[in-house]
Design a protein around this ligand. Structure first.
Ligand code: HEC
Ligand code: HEC
Length: 257
């Protein structure tokens, strides 16, 4: 290969990588989606409904309400605010379920059924055919959880306006809390940080970081990606996680995940 030929081969490869990284919508895999319809009909339909509109026959009794998939608005994502989630994002939610809600964990179904049902969920909204899934945000290595980082996080909590919704003590009772509604018109409560170290989407530091830097689409919980540096976001994570147990062990060293 001449140097020029090598260069064009490399450029082609790079262009391929850009498509893979999410500049184009990905077509729905219909055979996977067909298998996923059976999984959905058995395990999901009672809450999320036959049309995926969140109006299954159990839905009437549930608060928070089951998700309506027709607008493809997903709360828990590694993709920027407003964007579609990645397949891995939905899988993470399915495997772990959503704490403090009626959405059960589905890890027991196994990887293949879960991937099939995710593909079927995409058939409910045209957004999946028209919009690319952007690349996930980068979650940098967590610095050590220290007394200092928690104290710095408490300051970031004040300066970022978290207390307007979550309250000064993190109890979910800030001055705006009573008026909040989600995009589906339901009343929605800011998370009560004193109640559990488990957020709805999980309990790890990374889970908190992701929520802060991508926001929860369809809810008043915004993304702080434009306001916070990674270091400040981690300080906030350490603070948020310490609210429920202020004397919880301080993590001495950087842990590689
Ligand atoms: C018993 C009722 C129930 C069943 C059964 C159920 N879900 Fe849910 N699901 C919920 C509720 C309630 C929520 C909304 C929780 C919230 O937003 O706080 C939800 C939310 C979701 C979300 C949204 C996640 C996000 O990021 O916004 C997905 C995806 C989902 N469910 C998929 C499924 C799939 C797939 C199945 C079947 C394997 C299933 N659910 C079965 C109740 C249920
Ligand atoms: C405008 C109101 C508002 C502001 C400001 C706000 N939040 Fe939230 N937050 C919410 C609401 C509402 C929810 C609940 C969403 C749900 O349950 O679907 C939430 C949820 C959360 C959760 C739980 C996520 C989960 O998976 O259960 C955490 C953690 C959180 N917020 C932290 C913060 C922090 C830290 C700040 C400041 C940097 C902040 N929020 C600012 C409204 C707000």
């Amino acid at each position: 290969m001449t140097n020029n030929a090598k260069l064009s081969a490399m450029l082609l490869l790079l262009a391929g990588a850009a498509v893979a990284a999410g500049s184009e919508p990905r077509p729905i895999d219909t055979s996977k989606a067909d298998r996923g319809r059976d999984v959905y009909g058995r395990y999901c339909i009672s809450c999320h409904g036959g049309d995926g509109d969140g109006r299954g026959y159990s839905a009437h009794w549930l608060d928070p309400a089951p998700r309506d998939f027709t607008g493809a608005v997903f709360k828990w994502r590694s993709t920027p605010s407003g964007a579609l989630p990645s397949e891995e994002d939905i899988l993470r939610t399915l495997k772990g379920g959503l704490y403090h809600t009626n959405m059960p964990p589905w890890a027991v179904l196994g990887e293949r059924d879960l991937r099939d049902v995710v593909e079927y969920l995409k058939t409910f909204s045209p957004r999946w055919r028209n919009e690319p899934v952007p690349t996930a945000i980068v979650i940098p290595l967590e610095p050590p959880d220290t007394r200092e980082s928690r104290a710095a996080g408490a300051e970031v909590y004040k300066s970022s306006g978290c207390a307007n919704c979550h309250g000064e003590q993190g109890k979910g009772d800030g001055p705006s809390a009573a008026e909040l509604k989600d995009d589906w018109g339901h009343r929605i409560a800011p998370f009560d940080m004193t109640r559990s170290e488990f957020l709805k989407c999980g309990g790890s530091p990374k889970d908190v970081y992701r929520v802060l830097m991508t926001g929860l689409n369809g809810t008043p919980m915004p993304s702080f990606a434009d306001q916070l540096k990674a270091e400040e976001a981690w300080q906030l994570v350490h603070f948020v996680r310490s609210v429920v147990r202020p004397d919880s062990p301080i993590k001495p060293a950087i842990v590689q995940r």
